[in-house]
Design a protein around this ligand. Structure first.
Ligand SMILES: CC(C)(COP(=O)(O)OP(=O)(O)OC[C@H]1O[C@@H](n2cnc3c(N)ncnc32)[C@H](O)[C@@H]1OP(=O)(O)O)[C@@H](O)C(=O)NCCC(=O)NCCS
Length: 219
């Protein structure tokens, strides 16, 4: 348990340059308090103490402004920066080394039953105000921009921005942008089309020139 607490505090120092001392981190980081309360709530939830788990989670929400459903599964080195307004749903699964900022919702669309919240991969950053809604996966090493509204699967190593969220970067390359060295050339397209027609006519001509039965050649 102490190793886990030490790892949680180290995670704050790794992600927040504003963190000064361990004392300050322990007493003033509400994201850390919410995470610790969630561990208690989740343990109660897994043992079937659902109402008690909800009470712990709601008390934590009252104190920190961060609402994590006790059923949510959270990996190692999770960091919630600032935190106010964060909502994490019951069937949400979060991998290792994930960072989220204030106002993030990991929720459902209201149309699904059962698993209805997202699965977040490892090493994902989710910017302030982003909403990720539905039971799909956000791939490893992805960045979700501030205020993005993500409604479908995100491939690994992607950056998603906007509403509705779209992939603008994948594996370090810009996506969906006009590359000036790859502009479509209508003249070349027309020549290709003409060449295709000539090839077709040539094939027909060759067919007509085949010898017919009796040894004569079609003219
Ligand atoms: C998305 C983010 C993580 C950057 O990821 P990245 O992979 O480094 O992406 P880039 O900065 O290269 O941006 C890629 C494109 O998306 C655009 N973009 C970045 N963030 C955006 C956002 N939140 N909304 C809309 N567009 C955004 C960039 O302008 C860029 O567009 P361009 O290709 O036309 O120039 C970062 O912009 C972000 O939103 N971080 C959240 C930080 C936060 O919440 N801080 C709160 C502190 S209190």
């Amino acid at each position: 348990m102490f190793r886990q607490i030490r790892s949680d505090i180290d995670t704050v120092f790794e992600n927040d340059p504003a963190a000064r001392s361990r004392f300050e981190v322990i007493f003033t980081y509400s994201g850390l308090h919410a995470l610790w309360a969630h561990r208690v709530a989740h343990a109660l939830f897994r043992r079937g103490w659902f109402t008690l788990a909800r009470i712990v989670s709601q008390f934590s929400r009252f104190m920190t402004g961060i609402e994590i459903h006790p059923g949510a599964k959270i990996g190692q080195r999770f960091f919630i920066d600032h935190g106010m307004g964060v909502v994490i749903g019951e069937t949400c699964e979060i991998g290792n080394d994930v960072v989220i900022y204030q106002g993030v919702t990991l929720g459902g669309t209201g149309k699904e039953k059962g698993k209805r919240h997202p699965t977040i991969g490892n090493n994902v950053v989710i910017g302030s105000g982003a909403k990720i809604l539905g039971s799909f996966k956000v791939g490893d090493n992805s960045n979700i921009g501030s205020n993005a509204v993500v409604l479908r699967e995100v491939p690994p190593n992607s950056t998603v921005v906007g509403n509705p969220g779209r992939v603008v970067k994948q594996n370090g390359e810009r996506v969906g942008r006009l590359n000036h060295h790859q502009l479509p050339d209508p003249v070349i397209e027309m020549f290709r089309d003409l060449q295709k027609q000539i090839d077709g006519l040539q094939a027909q001509l060759d067919e007509l020139r085949q010898p017919v039965s009796g040894g004569e050649v079609n003219k």
